[in-house]
Design a protein around this ligand. Structure first.
Ligand SMILES: NC(=O)c1ccc[n+]([C@@H]2O[C@H](COP(=O)([O-])OP(=O)(O)OC[C@H]3O[C@@H](n4cnc5c(N)ncnc54)[C@H](OP(=O)(O)O)[C@@H]3O)[C@@H](O)[C@H]2O)c1
Length: 284
């Protein structure tokens, strides 16, 4: 039987790397999506040495470029026409409002929009799997995020925490919306809060995030523990048919946000589809 194939973004650090390590050890063909080839090759050597996996693949692309996301998706489809698992894990906490080359606020694009695009472009490959799974890395901070169609990217008012929280709220809302649109297909999609995890994200935090990281570090768990919920969702038969849920500590949790309404989810979906010029609905 062919080994299941898993693509994971942000696989060169922290939670993503620990997730890739665990899945390679569990017999997945792991595809490391990374913006830095040298770092990805070092990660491949490290994971290969500890897991014994010899078929770890690398796809290079920067999520702050939609062109590169499209190229990544094309390469994945060529090399892996059947994709069993997509883990949208990469993320940033941007202390300042900066724009990507595509003109989007960096956190909005890297955390949310590029993963929305990657997912959309890989749906056919996921549909080729007997049971595809999509896992989106959110954060419990989503509950502080606002869905304001006039200020989605902090164009009018920017706060670093507000922007990060909003990007994670959008990840969660689009997870629920996609699950709804994929109803009847053999693809599940769920969101994860990995916990407070001692990773590069905390260690390299700047601005307001530096203070938060200082307070959080003493209670932060290891990347391996942070990866546990993603690994559970990737592998457990218990969740093979569970979709559109938010998980933490390997358990489904209620979503607590007044912005998470059917109307807002549909609007966010339409805004994202229009921005990306994706006019084909993802419905099966
Ligand atoms: N750590 C926490 O306490 C925590 C809590 C809640 C949620 N999360 C979420 O969990 C996920 C993983 O976080 P982490 O703590 O493991 O972060 P991390 O250690 O900072 O790793 C982030 C990963 O994302 C990649 N990345 C960043 N920007 C990218 C871009 N423009 N294009 C492609 N890849 C990019 C990084 O690549 P490089 O190696 O090239 O930098 C790295 O591999 C994130 O979505 C984060 O928001 C983390």
């Amino acid at each position: 039987m062919a080994k299941p194939v898993c693509l994971i973004t942000g696989a060169t650090e922290g939670v993503g790397k620990a997730t890739a390590q665990a899945l390679a050890s569990k017999g997945f063909t792991v595809v490391l999506a990374a913006r830095n080839l040298a770092k990805a090759e070092a990660t491949r050597r490290e994971i290969g040495a500890t897991s014994g996996a010899k078929d770890i693949d690398i796809i290079v692309g920067d999520l702050s470029s939609l062109t590169q996301v499209r190229q990544m998706a094309e390469t994945v489809q060529q090399r892996h026409p059947t994709l069993d698992l997509l883990i949208n894990n990469a993320g940033i906490m941007a202390a300042e409002r900066t724009l990507t080359g595509d003109g989007y606020e960096s956190g909005y694009q890297v955390n949310y929009l590029s993963h929305f695009l990657l997912t959309h472009l890989l749906l056919d490959a996921l549909k080729n799997s007997e049971q595809g799974r999509i896992i989106n890395l959110g954060s419990s901070v989503y509950s502080m995020g606002r869905f304001d169609p006039g200020n989605l990217q902090g164009e009018k008012r920017f706060s670093a925490i507000g922007a990060y929280a909003a990007s994670k709220l959008f990840v969660l809302m689009s997870t629920i919306e996609l699950a709804e649109r994929l109803r009847g297909a053999a693809i599940t999609v769920n969101a994860v809060h990995p916990g407070i995890v001692n990773t590069h994200m905390l260690k390299s935090a700047t601005g307001i995030f530096k203070l938060i990281a200082l307070l959080a570090t003493p209670v932060a768990v290891s990347p391996e523990k942070g990866a546990a919920t993603s690994v559970y969702l990737a592998t457990s038969p218990d969740v093979a048919a569970v979709s559109g849920r938010y998980f933490a500590d390997s358990k489904p949790k209620p979503v607590k946000s007044k912005f998470n309404t059917e109307k807002n989810r549909a609007l966010l979906w339409d805004i994202s589809m229009d921005a990306l010029r994706l006019h084909e609905p993802a419905r099966v």
